[in-house]
Design a protein around this ligand. Structure first.
Ligand SMILES: Nc1ncnc2c1ncn2[C@@H]1O[C@H](COP(=O)(O)OP(=O)(O)OP(=O)(O)O)[C@@H](O)[C@H]1O
Length: 621
């Protein structure tokens, strides 16, 4: 029920609205229970770290024992009778006991050093394993999400979650359990020993506990909301940074550096403001626990002094009690840090689960199947589609269009009228709201997305190459092919000389997003990649940017070769290049306005003829 509610909310609210909502609300206590299963794979490491902490605590408790032994037995006092007559006086030293106590203390310190190192090693290893696993899980989940999610979520917000929010979990998830356990153990042991040694001291100290519980509850109330807001504001400026890096050329071209910097500064200021607010709300707690510790010590000195004077405690027991009190109050002081860590980690966990809970909108149906081969007939049947969640203002309106297998269809129409949207529907980046998209008569929702995208290849305008060599990029289409196969394919497309002329031929590094190659070179490598993938249906979003006439010819030649023997759908911007297409579809306001070959549409003297004449006139200018 809860999961269902969560998912309904996710559908209705945008990512940013949801984060705002979370940033403004109290933290969800259940978050900790959702985090615990993550520890399962490393539970042995954490348990070992906990055991190390128990041993360390044991050593800590040996310290007052050695000191008490040194004082009560290492120092020689007057006889009982003399002590009864006057004050108890030290009259000598038993070096044997003192040496033994000092050796015990030194051995204990050495052992603590070793065990503290081991504890760090085990919790550190657990941290690396579990957080990296979480990173991989998030990454894999992000890859599965539908395109619509990326439409509404800034990439920097996702980066911030996989990076910063996971880091923020480390102190909570990994160092947290052994440290909390150790603090609790020290607290309970010190309290029990104090109660045993001197109930009066214990009762005096217990007075500070209610104050501490009340103050930590208040702290969580005050600071939880602030930590969430800090995390949210950090995500905002990270998102802006990522967008700036991606769009740096546009920013430079449009001379927007100053205003962009102003925006960034505004976001950083908002972050700092929330950080200051958060520090104001949470800074008092550590100091407050410090004051409580001093209060506890004062109570001890008053009550303890009285107990020694009354002869209820030996001097050694009193000195040892000072350590127990320290061990009793120490964990309370650490609590400030632990509660802060917990609250901060839960705020990040909430953001991580928000991402993990986001469901892909386009999913494979339970009975989705895979077709080994297809003929390549494509049909849009009464398709209605809107990008808006309430399905208002449709971009495609009851569109019917059929492309027989092996034919070339060119889609033309004014800008923003729905041409690219048709392609997004055919590749199932979005699902139609009404009607069907069919391949060989099969509704594409009945195919697995993987199978569909194996049969439908796409070469987009903004051709993307990944960092790596040309070969690395070609291997995306054909992972097991050897260089000779790539060379042969390039020769078939007539672009082999172009690649071999590059500084390192097929081993040339293409740079981030292919930035080391020219626009034309990038396009040709993408065409080669599509050729190697050998899809039955090929979609080409024709590039609008101008290339030199020679490259243009090469691209046209490669395109013709690429389209041979497959169904091709070309979104055409330069109408001269599509005159030979078997069919031309004119899309107008999301509807099919005209369909037919070039000559017929020119004869009809309708919308296509208008577009074509306008295009010709533009070319002649
Ligand atoms: N991801 C999206 N979210 C919301 N609206 C969108 C999205 N993508 C496109 N649109 C809108 O849908 C309409 C059709 O866009 P589409 O990209 O299909 O047009 P187009 O005909 O391919 O244009 P162009 O020739 O300029 O590429 C436009 O009004 C556009 O603003």
């Amino acid at each position: 029920m809860m999961a269902a509610e969560r998912n309904t909310n996710l559908k209705v609210l945008s990512d940013i609205e949801l984060e705002e909502k979370f940033a403004n609300q109290q933290l969800n206590r259940n978050m900790l229970w959702r985090l615990l299963p993550l520890l399962k794979p490393v539970k042995n490491y954490i348990l070992t770290a906990v055991v190390m902490e128990i041993i360390l605590v044991g050593f800590v408790f040996l310290r007052p024992y050695f000191i008490q032994q040194a004082i009560d037995h290492g120092l020689l006092y007057q006889t009982e009778a003399a002590a009864a007559a006057s004050q108890k006086l030290v009259i000598g030293i038993d070096w044997h006991v003192i040496d033994w106590a000092l050796a015990g203390l030194a051995g204990m310190w050495a052992a603590r050093f070793v065990f503290a190192g081991l504890s760090q090693y085990f919790s550190g290893t657990a941290a690396i394993r579990i957080l990296n696993q979480l990173r991989v899980n998030l990454f894999s989940h992000v890859q599965q999400l539908s395109v619509a999610y990326f439409d509404r979520t800034k990439s920097g917000r996702i980066v911030s979650r996989i990076d910063r929010d996971i880091d923020a979990l480390e102190p909570l998830l990994i160092q947290g359990p052994p440290e909390i356990f150790s603090a609790l153990l020290r607290f309970v042991m010190a309290a029990s020993i104090l109660l045993w040694v001197s109930p009066t001291l214990f009762y005096h100290l217990a007075l500070v506990i209610p104050l501490l519980i009340l103050s930590s509850m208040l702290f969580r109330r005050l600071s939880g909301h602030h930590f969430a807001r800090v995390a949210e504001n950090r995500a905002r400026f990270t998102a802006h940074l990522v967008e700036t890096v991606a769009g740096v050329r546009i920013i430079k071209q449009t001379v927007q550096e100053d205003s962009n910097l102003k925006r960034y500064r505004g976001l950083v200021d908002a972050f700092i403001h929330s950080l200051v607010q958060s520090n104001i709300a949470s800074g008092w707690f550590t100091h407050f626990t410090g004051v409580l510790t001093i209060l506890g010590l004062m109570l001890l000195l008053v009550a303890g002094g009285q107990e020694v004077t009354l002869g209820h405690l030996t001097l050694g027991q009193f000195a040892a009690s000072l350590f127990y009190v320290y061990m009793f109050l120490g964990p309370l002081q650490e609590l400030g840090d632990l509660v802060e860590r917990y609250t901060n980690g839960v705020a990040s966990a909430q953001r991580i689960f928000l991402l993990l809970d986001t469901q892909a909108e386009v999913v494979d149906s339970a009975d989705a199947r895979s077709l080994d081969t297809i003929k390549g007939e494509v049909a849009f049947k009464n398709v209605l589609f809107s990008y808006l969640p309430d399905h208002s203002r449709p971009v495609i309106k009851h569109l019917n269009l059929k492309v027989p297998a092996g034919q070339v269809l060119a889609i033309v129409g004014p800008t923003g009228h729905g041409k690219s949207t048709l392609i997004q529907l055919l590749t199932r980046f979005y699902d139609v709201q009404q009607g069907q998209v069919l391949i060989d008569g099969v509704d594409i929702r009945h195919l697995t997305q993987r199978n569909l995208r194996q049969h439908v290849g796409v070469v987009l305008q903004d051709n993307v190459l990944f960092s790596g060599t040309i070969i690395d990029n070609l291997k995306l289409a054909k992972p097991h092919a050897q260089q000779a196969e790539f060379e042969q394919a390039a020769a078939e497309l007539g672009i082999d000389d172009l690649i071999t002329r590059l500084p390192h031929g097929y081993q040339t590094e293409v740079g981030a997003m292919g930035s080391h190659l020219s626009h034309g070179q990038r396009q040709l490598v993408c065409l080669l990649r599509a050729y190697l993938a050998n899809p039955t249906i090929l979609i080409l979003d024709e590039a609008t940017s101008a290339v030199d006439i020679q490259t243009e010819r090469r691209i046209q030649h490669a395109l013709r070769r690429l389209c041979e023997g497959r169904t091709a759908i070309i979104i055409a911007h330069r109408l001269a290049t599509i005159r030979d297409a078997d069919l031309i579809a004119v899309i107008h306001h999301g509807e099919l306005a005209e369909l037919g070959p070039h000559s017929q549409l020119i004869q009809n003297n309708g919308k296509y003829a208008d577009l074509y004449h306008a295009y010709e006139a533009g070319e002649q200018l």
